[in-house]
Design a protein around this ligand. Structure first.
Ligand SMILES: Cc1ncc(CO)c(N)n1
Length: 436
């Protein structure tokens, strides 16, 4: 699956076509890079730029259009009206995500005035546009200083300018993104994430184009693209005086796979809400998934009972479960292939059923814990996991403990990934035939 990328070169490597190529690749698609302009810049500022000759840009696009099947296009910096015109002509009929790059993240212009007018006339119509707040202001001529203002601008971009949808990125305001699509508004809340943000607009729009290329629907694709960029910022690495918003590709891919893999299985878990409800302990359930490098994602605020069903309190995030993280990391010292775990309320029937299903079950008893363990290393949980593994001398599927003063009895179900854990949970929940 291929995504066409039309963008400028950022010599600093953080934004522009480099960020786009990394993003599309990280999401598992094939990037087709079309260079529109060369900028000479570093994170301190843009020193200048040169737009490539229009016929060269046209030639680049035609060369790949004649060979590849293109599922979506991401359009970034174009620089002038001529380039905008060519790109509008050559991308008509394709699924187009347009990042209307007007200036660098610290405000240096990256397009001339005729270019801006041509964007409005020829390229915004029919595109999914992803301006940030300053870009939305410049395009619409209105002041944007709140989520309400972002909504107004998004609506103008669709209803007056003819965009297919508009996502106004709120990084400059309160980290909420606003989508206007098919007559409806959607809000995507985010939070301040420490890190460098040069190039995040580029990464967002190419992530959005990639996810749409994969067939995801619009509101969900915006949500996922936002989380992708948040992950990229969170794991950004330092390069010289700045921090690169896109961490090295291999690491990012694993983090992204882990994050989105867990998110998918949490969603599927919710479908079993009524069956699971009685198995959620007082302290809540959590579901954790570690990257191969040992960073552990889980549901922030845990999964709790909600009426007859269950719900996650917050989103999937890094380090959102201290208990499961400690259990999982200790387990992986013995069996590194095991990367996922869920905790459920203990019941004798659950354990009996696990044994009947042929799962390997072990346990630990806090009362066996030597007095010096707590002070030594990580406390009861790692000690308990190690004790349970040594007890059976094999790889357990299930480890339980009966608790003691103030600690609720708990069952931990382990597996290589969240899907395998969920399959074990399903086996445990299965109502015998004829009874339902
Ligand atoms: C080439 C290029 N595209 C986009 C941006 C926006 O950050 C930038 N700084 N440079």
């Amino acid at each position: 699956m291929a995504v066409l990328i039309i963008a400028g070169l950022d010599t600093g490597g953080g934004a522009g076509i480099a960020a786009d190529i990394k993003t599309v690749s990280a999401l598992g698609l094939h990037p087709l890079p079309i260079l529109s302009a060369v900028t000479y810049q570093n994170p301190d500022g843009v020193r200048g730029y040169h737009v490539l000759p229009p016929e060269l840009i046209r030639g680049e696009i035609r060369a790949v259009k004649d060979f590849f099947e293109i599922e979506a296009v991401k359009i970034g910096m174009l620089g002038n009206g001529e380039a905008v015109r060519i790109v509008a002509e050559e991308t008509g009929g394709l699924l187009r995500v347009l990042d209307p790059v007007l200036a660098s993240s610290i405000g240096h212009p990256l397009i001339d005035l005729e270019g801006i007018e041509t964007l409005k006339d020829l390229l915004i119509p029919g595109s999914i546009v992803t301006p940030n707040v300053p870009e939305a202001e410049k395009l619409t001529g209105m002041k944007v200083s709140s989520v309400e203002g972002m909504k107004k601008a998004a609506r103008i971009l669709v209803e007056e300018f003819g965009a297919k949808a508009a996502v106004v990125n709120g990084g400059h305001l309160d980290y909420t993104d606003v989508l206007y699509w098919n007559g409806e508004f959607y809000e995507f809340r985010g939070e301040m994430i420490e890190g460098f943000t040069h190039g995040t607009g580029c990464a967002f729009s190419s992530a959005l184009a990639s996810l749409l290329a994969k067939g995801m629907e619009l509101p969900e694709a915006v949500e996922e693209a936002k989380r992708f960029v948040e992950t990229a910022i969170r794991f950004s690495s330092r390069e010289g005086k700045c921090i690169n918003p896109l961490a090295p590709l291999e690491i990012d891919v694993e983090r992204w796979r882990t994050y989105s893999g867990l998110k998918n299985e949490v969603k599927r878990l919710m479908k079993m809400g009524e069956l699971l409800n009685p198995l959620v302990p007082e302290v809540g359930t959590n579901f954790a998934y570690a990257t191969p490098q040992g960073e552990v994602f889980a549901v922030n605020g845990r999964i709790v009972r909600y009426g007859k069903t269950i719900k996650p309190v917050g989103p999937v995030e890094l380090n959102a479960s201290d208990h499961l993280k400690r259990a999982l990391l200790k387990f992986r010292e013995f069996y590194p292939e095991v990367r996922a775990v869920i905790n459920l309320r203990y019941s004798r029937e659950l354990i009996e059923r696990a044994e009947k299903l042929g799962l390997m079950v072990s346990f630990y008893d806090r009362r066996e814990e030597p007095g010096d363990v707590k002070a030594r290393e990580g406390g009861t949980i790692p000690w308990g996991i190690e004790t349970a593994i040594r007890r059976v001398g094999d790889r357990p599927d299930v480890i339980y403990h009966l608790g003691d003063w103030g600690k609720e009895p708990m069952v931990l179900i382990f597996g290589e990934n969240p899907l395998k854990v969920l399959e074990k949970v399903k086996g445990l929940l299965d109502v015998p035939r004829g009874q339902s």
